[in-house]
Design a protein around this ligand. Structure first.
Ligand SMILES: [Zn+2]
Length: 334
């Protein structure tokens, strides 16, 4: 076991376990410094990241922006990204390409009009979403249909609907199986349920490629699944985001053997996943009493070091088309 000056390997292991959950935040005038100890695989060594915020360093006399975090400019006080809901969604729904390369894309008209309106999903749209759910989740969702969604400690309601891909199972150098959408290993929820993937379910919802849904946490439970929430803002942010893990396997990019260089299949998600993702969006929005702002894990954390690159190969137009079907019940005449 390697040693680091004056600290035993045992102490390092203990420290890393503790430090994994701790973000030390220092504020020197307008310059914010984050020191984050990451627990590396097998506790080999303690790594220290010092992140100086270029946002604040470059704007010492701009207090209105001094605290904003990341590319979509999250305000730690209001727990809101910058701009109108349409502007926020436009930033948060940029296309996330290979190795997390983000490129702008137009906001689909249906999302534009929903987010611009001050209405919430109609009772008919909510029922259409509920009816789209498979059992047993449909019964579970109906049981909670009248419950509120999560709130933060300060009382702010959930506002962001965050789409992830699980990046799991991980195939390394092995090829993807031939039929991803029916493969039993890929579509098993076991690793999320039995604690081998994490000590607790990492998201509110897990969505398999054949459209089955497992609720790791009910939508009213404040939960966190991004670096922005866990390491930068901290517990105050819990409850502002709901998280959907959408099953998608990964493997190494040719010539690479580290988890920073992986890719997912194309297409990234199944038709059933887009259909259920839209139903979950309408359902969660109905419970929130407003159209939630869709977001992606990568874009929420964009600008924070080591941001995850998910979801990969997410087709915004297909998600929007499924939302459009669910809200079309409002246009249907008697
Ligand atoms: Zn994620």
């Amino acid at each position: 076991m390697p040693r680091t000056a004056g600290i035993s390997a045992g102490q390092i292991k203990c420290l890393t376990h503790i430090a994994y959950y701790i973000l030390v935040r220092l504020i020197h005038g307008n310059l914010r410094i984050y020191i984050m100890y990451i627990h590396p695989a097998q506790a080999r060594q303690l790594r220290t990241f010092v992140i100086a915020s270029i946002l604040v360093a470059s704007a010492p006399s701009a207090p209105a922006h001094a605290e904003e975090v990341g590319e979509c400019r999250f305000n730690p006080e209001t727990l809101t990204f910058a701009g109108t809901p349409v502007e926020q969604a436009t930033c948060l729904l940029r296309h996330v390409g290979l190795l997390a390369e983000r490129t702008p894309q137009p906001l689909p008209p249906v999302l534009h009009s929903l987010l611009e309106s001050d209405r919430s999903p109609s009772a008919a749209a909510k029922e259409a979403a509920l009816a789209a759910f498979p059992e047993p989740y449909q019964t579970y969702a109906r049981d909670h249909a009248g419950d509120p969604v999560a709130h933060t400690e300060a009382g702010l309601p959930a506002l962001y609907f965050v789409i992830h891909d699980t990046s799991d199972p991980f195939y390394g150098d092995d090829p993807f199986p031939p039929d991803l959408d029916t493969d039993l290993r890929i579509n098993s929820f076991d690793s999320y349920m039995n604690g081998t993937f994490a000590a607790a379910p990492v998201a509110h919802i897990f969505l398999s490629r054949y459209g089955q849904i497992w609720a790791g946490h009910e939508f009213q439970e404040p939960w966190r699944a991004t670096k922005l929430e866990s390491f930068v803002i901290g517990p105050n942010a819990r409850g502002r985001f709901v998280h959907i893990e959408t099953v998608q396997p990964r493997r190494f990019l040719p010539g690479y053997s580290d988890r920073g260089h992986t890719y997912g299949p194309t297409p990234g998600f199944s038709a059933a996943q887009y259909r259920q993702l839209a139903a979950l969006y309408v359902y969660a929005s109905a419970r929130a009493g407003r159209w939630l702002i869709p977001a992606q894990h990568n874009t929420v954390d964009a600008g924070i070091p080591d941001a995850h690159d998910d979801p990969q190969n997410f087709e915004l137009e297909r998600f929007a088309a499924e939302i459009e079907k669910l809200v079309s019940v409002d246009k249907a005449g008697p």
